[in-house]
Each structure stands twice: as structure tokens, then as C-alpha cells.
Ligand binder design. Structure first.
Ligand code: G3I
Length: 646
């Protein structure tokens, strides 16, 4: 079911009729790829409607029978009660079943454990010659046997044959673990595995060359945790709340928290709301028993404290009280002078967009987030919701709710959706990573068809292949490239064109706007694809840069080289990290310069930033966006207004 908004003007009968018609059509369809596809379930109708079946393009028919089950009515999202989200003008949907993906910790087997630590993963920068500078490593690295409940202490001592002392850092720490400095060059990993950790766990630590910090060696050990003979020996640790940081909200907006209880003993705690809050509801999530949703509407401004009690499900006397804070600002605090970015851009004939936070409507500031987005942008990319491990977490299971909601939000606010990514080497689900290589082309084509077919009437712009170019140039070493070779690109684009013949199909990558090995490969790749008649319409330049970026002329020249190939240009993921915390004007200048380059290039069709508030950025530590964490404009915002307006 596609979410539907309840506009004042649309006659309900029309929608009802469309809904009945769709039910008749849908029920005639089987759930195979060659059936007529529909988007939206029995009442959706507002998106996609029915579309032609798979018309055989140059690739021939899709696998028949399908390699995995096509989306079916069982995958159709269902209405989410308003008490679970911040939306006030859309009936949102949620996935019908919990996301089920094999947990990564099951990726290692006893055989892996017996064969010892994983091979060294060494990163060698171009300016390092390993013959004269040996890679850092670790002394006596080995796999470890452990018993749940017993404190583990593993000492890591980095070494370097050149005699220096490398640095080191853990790639990730298990919950409650620490990596403590012994002040003798070594560090100790302290961890008390519990019931949750039974099985084989990986722990990775990276040694950093003392001469070149990009010269690194990551070693991964496996820690096999078993239950003790007497399970009562395992301490029952107090349950906690998955931490949620401070947020800013706007008065009279719904505030939503999804509190997640955590119990490292492997049980599910219960949560109780201790605070008295205005217009509040507090509900256990119907799909995830460890999640409780709080929704309330603050009617006054100021700092609010929300207190939640987490109760152990084995020992009811074992509890933890947690606090989260939210700063509620008056409506005026979010008012902005000048014209909205989308309106300024439209006058210049381009779109101005952003990447949308996944499930922003389940966040405390979802209300103001959505309002600013709708005001400022007319193009939206899902930052993460369309990644394959989110859309298709297990073979034959699909989770469309987040994209359905984004499509509905975009339609309500006269925005376009930018599909991202279709094929990428990251965020792949386990079932694809472990699939039979001989079937990967079929899986790839089925996935492309099923995703793009569902949204073929809602999404007209797609990153068909994301980041196919290796960091040092050449084809990126990826699951797709390793299984299918260079042709995976043309297969992907041909399938995309066959499924969505009217869509704009992009190749999207980073570090291709400046001169270097990636840009060189880009143009070789594009010429190769175009010569072979591969249906590609444009290039997405991500442009994740810093405030000292000064290669504007190279960007201008590379844009022109793409235009000379009769291809369109999109700035797809622009963000400008601060080199220094006070570099705000330098940051603003870089935004303005890059926007001007796009405006001066007729084939540049759109500019999108990768998010819009520093509250939610994958580069949060360098504050790269035009709104700060309290949704207040930064100099970059005014600079963008001026660049678009001039
Ligand atoms: O959703 C899970 C959550 O359930 C879990 O608790 C948490 C901790 O493990 O991880 C969450 O998933 C994270 C996801 O972002 C959503 O927050 C992934 O671990 C994390 O790897 C993922 O990072 C995203 C990254 O792509 C990889 O997909 C970044 O947010 C996103 O900004 C970034 O975006 C990419 C573009 O798609 C392509 N261009 C480069 C750009 C930056 O890397």
C-alpha cells in the first residue's frame, strides 16, 4: 500500500475508484517479474498504477523461473498509525514484517577460526614504496577462545620492521568494550562477552605507519565465545537504552523517539516512560519488541528532559533510568530571510536537492526536518533507504516502506525523487554476497527490474551504477566486477533502460570532477560505454570536498568534457567539510563557487547536497552542510542563495 495523503481538494471517490480498479488488476497478476507490475497495494493507486510487463530489451528475458521470488502482496507496506511518526499531512506506511538479514557475526565458521586470524588488509598510498617502507603489523596476533561472562584482556602491540612505533586504533568496539592504552606502545582490548556474543566474533584493529598515516594494516582476529558449563556464572548486567543524543525541535511539532532497549545478556527489556509529557503516547513497536515509540507535542519552548526506565526481563528489580534532552525552539527561530533555494534554482533552470535521512519521521526533529526540506528543495535522494541491504535484505523479501514514504512526501511537496543507488558495491545484503557467482548477473537484473519497475512512474532519475571506478583508477574491485567483469555496467544500464525507458540514467562517482586517475578512467569508461551504445544519459559528480577546495577550474573543465560527450551533469552529493572549525566563510565560498560552475554549464541539470543539516551528516565531525545542528542557517546558506540568485 502506498501512503496516501489526505488533500483537501482531491475527490475521495476518484481515489476509491482507482483503488477498486487496482485491486481488480492486481489480483489478476502473479508475483513473477513478467507479470504486470503495480506499485501500491489495494488502495495505493496514487503511485505507479499498473505498468507494462518486462519488455525484452537487448539483454533478452529475465531469468525464468525467477532466481528469487519477485515482490508480492506480502511485501506491500501497511499503514502506520500516526502515533508512531511525526507526519501530520501524510498517512505513512511501514514494512509488513521485520527486516530479516543474517547477522554479520554468523559470517565466520569454526573452520575460519581454526585457520587463524584473517589475512592482513594493507592500504598502500601511491607515494609509498613498500620496498623501502615496510608495512606496520602486530606482534603475535592470534584468534582467541573465550567464555561468556569472563572478562577478556587482549594486548595489541603494533610493530614496524623499519624500527618505528606505529599508531593503532580499533575499527569498532563491542558494546561495553574498551581499548586501553598501556603507555608502552601497546593497548589492551577489554571485553566481557555475554550470551549475545555466543559464536564467532570478529575484532579488527588497524596499525598506522609512523611516516605516512595513510599507510595502514588492518588485522582481524576471531573471538570464539562459548557458554560456560554453569550459565548462572554469567553476570546479569543491567539493561540500557540505545543512546540518543540531544536534538532541537520546533514548538507544536510532534516529537517522536524510537527508544531501543538493550540487554547484553540476550533478553529483551521493557521500557517505561517516567516523564509526564503533553499529548503523549508511548507504544511498543508491533514489529520490534525491543523498540518503544514515544510521541508527544511540546506546546512550550525550552529544554525538555525525557526520562525512561529500562527494566530487566529476568530480574524486575534490575533497572536503569536514562535521560534524553530536547531543546524546543519557537517557530520564529526557524524563519529564514530571502528566497527559498528551490525557487532561486528554478529561475536558473536547475533543480536544487538534498539527500534525505532514512526514516526522518521517526526522529524527534522529524517535523522541522520535513518542513525545511519541503520549503528548500525540489529533488530528493534517499541517503540510505534504497541501498540493496535495505530494499532486499534477504532473498525474496523486500522493504519498500521508506521509499514509498519518500515518494509520497515528494509528491505532496512537488519534488522529484532521485533513485540512489541501484547497483553499488557497498551495503549489499548477505544473500547477494554469498550468492553463486554464475547467477549474479541474473540477480542483478532481477533486482534492477524489481526496484525500478515499482517506482517507474515516481522516480525519473537514477544512479544506475554507483562508484564503479577504483580509488586509484580502473574498474573498482567489487562483487559485481569480479563476477561479471566490465560488462556489468552495460548490463545494468541496459536493464535499467528496458525497465524504465523514460528515466534519466546516471553513472555516479566521487573524485571524478578533479583531474586524477579516477577522472581519466571516467572518460575512458564513458567513451567505451557510448561506443557500445550503452544507454547512459549523464554523470553524477558526488563532490564531497573540504573548505580549502580550490580545484574549481578542473571541475569546470571536466564538466565540459562530459558535456562534449552529449551527457548531462548532476552534482549529486555536495558537502563541504570544515578544515578548521572557524572556516565557515571558506566553506560558504566553496559552495558558491561550485554552484556557479554548475550554473555556467548548460548541461548541469541539478545540484544536490548530501543532507542539509549538520545534525545528520555522515561527515558530522566536519560540519559540512548549510544548516547547523539546530537547523539554523550558516554562511553557506546565504552564499548558496546569492550564488543561485546572481
Ligand atoms: O541502519 C543501521 C542501524 O540499524 C545500525 O544500528 C547502525 C550501526 O551499525 O548502522 C546503521 O546503518 C548505517 C547506515 O549508514 C544508516 O545510518 C551503516 O552502518 C552505515 O555504513 C551507513 O553509512 C552510509 C554510507 O553511505 C554507507 O551506506 C552513510 O550514512 C551515507 O551517507 C553514505 O552515503 C554514500 C552514498 O550512498 C554514496 N556516495 C558516498 C556516500 C558517503 O559514503
Amino acid at each position: 500500500m502506498m501512503p496516501e495523503y489526505i488533500p483537501n481538494h482531491r475527490p475521495q471517490f476518484g481515489r476509491l475508484f482507482a483503488g477498486i480498479l487496482l485491486v481488480l488488476i492486481f489480483s489478476a497478476c502473479t508475483s513473477s517479474d513478467n507479470s504486470q507490475s503495480t506499485t501500491g497495494g489495494t488502495t495505493g493507486g496514487t503511485t505507479g498504477g499498473t505498468t507494462g510487463g518486462q519488455v525484452d530489451g537487448p539483454l533478452g528475458p529475465l531469468p525464468n523461473p525467477p532466481l528469487t521470488a519477485a515482490p508480492s502482496q506480502d511485501d506491500e507496506p501497511i499503514a502506520e498509525p500516526a502515533s508512531f511518526n511525526t507526519s501530520t499531512d501524510l498517512q505513512l506506511v511501514r514494512n509488513p514484517v521485520p527486516r530479516s538479514e543474517a547477522p554479520a557475526t554468523n559470517r565466520y565458521t569454526d573452520a575460519d577460526f581454526e585457520s587463524g586470524p584473517l589475512p592482513a588488509d594493507i592500504t598502500i598510498p601511491d607515494d609509498v614504496n613498500p620496498e623501502f617502507n615496510s608495512a606496520p603489523d602486530f606482534e603475535n596476533i592470534q584468534n582467541i577462545e573465550a567464555v561468556a561472562g569472563q572478562q577478556l584482556e587482549i594486548v595489541f602491540k603494533p610493530i614496524d620492521a623499519d624500527g618505528e612505533l606505529p599508531g593503532m586504533f580499533p575499527v569498532a568496539l563491542a558494546p561495553g568494550a574498551s581499548f586501553d592504552d598501556n603507555f608502552d606502545g601497546s593497548k589492551t582490548y577489554r571485553w566481557q562477552p555475554l550470551q549475545n556474543d555466543i559464536g564467532i566474533n570478529a575484532f579488527a584493529v588497524t596499525a598506522v605507519d609512523s611516516q605516512n598515516s595513510l599507510y595502514r594494516n588492518t588485522r582481524t582476529i576471531l573471538i570464539r565465545v562459548r557458554l560456560p558449563d554453569d550459565e548462572t556464572q554469567i553476570p546479569n548486567v543491567p539493561p540500557t537504552l540505545d543512546p540518543i543524543g540531544p536534538h532541537t525541535a520546533r514548538v507544536n511539532d510532534p516529537v517522536v523517539y524510537e527508544f531501543k532497549g538493550i540487554d547484553l545478556n540476550g533478553t529483551v527489556p521493557t521500557l517505561e516512560l517516567l516523564s509526564s509529557l503533553p499529548n503523549a503516547s508511548f507504544s511498543n513497536h508491533p514489529l520490534y519488541e525491543d523498540i518503544y515509540t514515544l510521541r508527544f507535542i511540546p506546546t512550550s519552548t525550552g529544554e525538555m528532559n525525557v526520562q525512561v526506565l529500562v527494566r530487566d526481563s529476568v530480574d524486575s528489580n534490575l533497572t536503569t533510568t536514562e535521560n534524553v534532552t530536547i531543546n524546543v525552539l519557537p517557530i520564529q527561530a526557524f524563519e529564514r530571510t530571502g528566497q527559498r533555494l528551490r525557487d532561486l534554482a528554478a529561475v536558473r533552470g536547475i533543480q536544487f536537492g538534498y539527500a534525505s535521512l532514512q526514516e526522518y519521521y521517526h526522529r524527534p526533529d522529524g517535523g522541522v526536518y520535513a518542513d525545511i526540506a519541503a520549503d528548500e528543495f525540489d529533488l530528493v535522494t534517499p541517503e540510505n533507504a534504497m541501498k540493496m541491504n535495505e530494499i532486499n535484505p534477504s532473498a525474496g523479501q523486500y522493504q519498500f516502506a521508506d521509499i514509498d514514504n519518500l515518494v509520497a512526501f515528494a509528491r505532496l511537496n512537488n519534488m522529484q525523487v532521485h533513485g540512489h543507488p541501484v547497483i553499488w558495491h557497498r551495503q549489499l545484503p548477505e544473500w547477494i554476497e554469498t550468492a553463486n557467482a554464475a547467477e549474479l548477473e541474473g540477480h542483478m537484473r532481477e533486482y534492477i527490474h524489481r526496484l525500478m519497475n515499482r517506482y517507474r512512474d515516481d522516480i525519473a532519475l537514477w544512479d544506475v551504477v554507483n562508484e564503479p571506478i577504483g580509488d586509484s583508477g580502473g574498474y573498482r574491485d567489487s562483487l559485481w566486477y569480479n563476477a561479471l567483469g566490465e560488462t556489468y555496467l552495460e548490463t545494468a544500464f541496459h536493464q535499467a533502460r528496458t525497465t524504465a525507458p523514460n528515466a534519466t540514467l546516471l553513472l555516479n562517482d566521487f573524485d571524478i570532477a578533479i583531474n586524477g586517475p579516477k577522472a581519466t578512467t571516467l572518460f575512458t569508461m564513458l567513451n567505451n560505454l557510448l561506443e557500445r551504445g550503452v544507454p547512459i544519459d549523464g554523470v553524477g559528480f558526488q563532490l564531497h570536498v573540504f573548505s580549502d577546495f580550490n580545484q574549481i577550474d578542473e571541475v569546470r573543465a571536466n564538466f565540459q568534457k562530459v558535456a562534449d560527450l552529449d551527457l548531462d551533469i548532476y552534482i549529486t552529493e555536495l558537502d563541504v567539510g570544515l578544515r578548521e572549525t572557524d572556516d565557515l566563510q571558506a566553506q560558504a565560498n566553496v559552495y558558491a563557487s561550485l554552484i556557479s560552475v554548475c550554473l555556467q554549464q548548460p548541461r548541469c541539470k541539478a545540484i544536490q547536497t548530501w543532507g542539509f543539516t549538520d545534525q545528520y551528516s555522515f561527515r558530522e565531525n566536519v560540519h559540512p552542510l548549510m544548516f547547523d545542528t539546530a537547523y539554523q542557517t550558516k554562511p553557506a546558506y546565504q552564499a548558496i542563495q546569492n550564488a543561485l540568485g546572481n
